[in-house]
Design a protein around this ligand. Structure first.
Ligand code: MEV
Length: 426
């Protein structure tokens, strides 16, 4: 089993990092080339993924280190354009590692398909009639996906309610489908469409929408980890982390940013593995508002030993088969690096990243502030924009950080001085 605790990973060159990951994950030469863009992502593939395709948009992939999840070390690929995200997750995972790492669980892999029925004269009686025909309705759905059924999944139940809107009462039927290792949108939507005519004939109503719900509350993932108070900077810092968490849990303006930070990590892994970032994001935010107030997706407490313990719970509709998880060559490599066998394991890794990411942000915000950590990468970016030579970039970054002056005009000045041969860029 790989050891995810790689001290100084960030100090290695891109090639050295890739060598290490390729060795640990047993990547082929082809997979390595794919990751660094030497084997181009085939336009034929992208053209079969979307319409009117004209090109590609590369996003950096980084590896979050130090993750131990349910006793197993993992390297977690993250696709993100944002600086500090991979570093923050790795740093907090390192702190968690010493106290056992992350522990995760999942409530199941059941997705909901919604069928909206309008124009029913007797919606409650119609609901009763539908329940009487449950077996027939489920059989019709399952006939649409024998493969899923053969894997132990398929439509397993129905749930219903009468929705009273301003103008009418409509019947909403939920088709509960166990989608196992698939995200499941295709399976659920196909079943919802297939069953609609029978629903109409039983209810004497008219079916309008037949579509999956992204509020996947029967597919909740949870992660938990303990972080040493001493390592986080002491009891005062931890007290302020709790203050920051309570601020988010009670104030939607803060909760939006707090949860955005969580999604920085979550969406990066969802994207790297070819899953649907919008589905996961929609589910997360709808779940955060589940009590009627938009709240924090994480909870932070101080345990009996005085250490900080964090938990996260949110819907996680991700798969490892089907869609871009299979058709996107880089997503396949990302799944290989993750070394997972089930969608549930993937969901657990994603929840762990979300928890670590949140703590990284809260710890920085409750102590030195968020900008300090951003500065080195920001300076590097500016130096590249200023046209600095590869060999000068480190010196320019060091100088700008020393001067605490990470502005484009100063970096441009330093770049020009070095190019003109002025020693030390002064
Ligand atoms: C920035 O992308 C994310 C943070 O704003 C999250 C937070 O405020 O908790 C730093």
């Amino acid at each position: 089993m790989a050891n995810s605790r790689v001290s100084g990973f960030y100090r290695l060159s891109v090639e050295e990092r890739l060598n290490l990951i390729a060795k640990e994950s047993n990547l082929s030469e082809e997979e390595r080339k794919l990751l660094v863009g030497l084997t181009p992502f085939p336009i034929k593939t992208s053209n079969s993924m979307i319409e009117n395709n004209i090109g590609l948009m590369p996003i950096p992939v980084g590896i979050a280190t130090n993750f131990k999840i349910n006793g197993k070390d993992r390297f977690i690929p993250m696709a993100t354009e944002e600086a500090s995200v991979v570093a923050a997750a790795s740093n907090m995972a390192r702190t968690a590692y010493k106290l056992g790492g992350f522990f995760t669980s999942q409530s199941g892999s059941i997705m909901r398909g919604q069928i909206q029925v309008v124009d029913i004269p007797d919606p409650y009686a119609a609901m009763a009639r539908l329940y009487e025909k449950k077996t027939e309705l489920l059989e019709l759905c399952n006939a649409k996906d024998p493969t899923l059924v053969s894997l132990g999944g398929g439509a397993i139940d129905i749930e219903m309610y009468v929705l009273k809107t301003t103008n009418q009462s409509m019947l909403i039927m939920h088709l509960l489908v166990d989608t196992k290792d698939a995200m499941g949108a295709n399976a659920v939507n196909t079943m919802a469409e297939a069953v609609a005519p029978l629903v109409e004939s039983i209810t004497s109503g008219r079916v309008v929408l037949r579509i999956i719900s992204n509020l996947a509350d029967r597919r909740l993932v949870r992660a938990r980890a303990v972080f040493s108070t001493d390592e986080l900077g002491g009891p005062e810092v931890v007290k302020d982390i709790i203050n920051a968490y309570e601020f988010a849990d009670f104030d939607p303006y803060r909760a939006a940013t707090h949860n955005k930070g969580i999604m920085n990590g979550i969406s990066a892994v969802v994207l790297a593995t070819g899953n649907d970032t919008r589905a996961v994001e929609a589910g997360a935010h709808a779940y955060a508002a589940g009590t009627g107030r938009y709240r924090s997706l994480t909870r932070w407490e101080i345990n009996k030993d005085g250490n900080l313990v964090g938990t996260i719970e949110l819907p996680m509709a991700v798969g490892i088969i089907g869609g871009a998880t299979k058709s996107h060559p880089t997503a396949r490599v990302a799944l290989k690096i993750l070394d997972i066998n089930t969608a549930e394991e993937l969901a657990g890794c994603i929840a762990a990243i979300g928890l670590a990411q949140n703590l990284g942000a809260l710890r920085a915000l409750a102590s030195e502030g968020i900008q300090k950590g951003h500065m080195a990468l920001h300076a590097r970016n500016l130096a590249m924009m200023a046209g600095a030579n590869e060999k000068d970039i480190d010196r320019i970054v060091e100088q700008a950080i020393r001067e605490k002056d990470v502005r484009y005009d100063r970096i441009l000045e330093l770049t020009k001085q070095l190019q003109a041969g002025v020693p030390n860029g002064n």
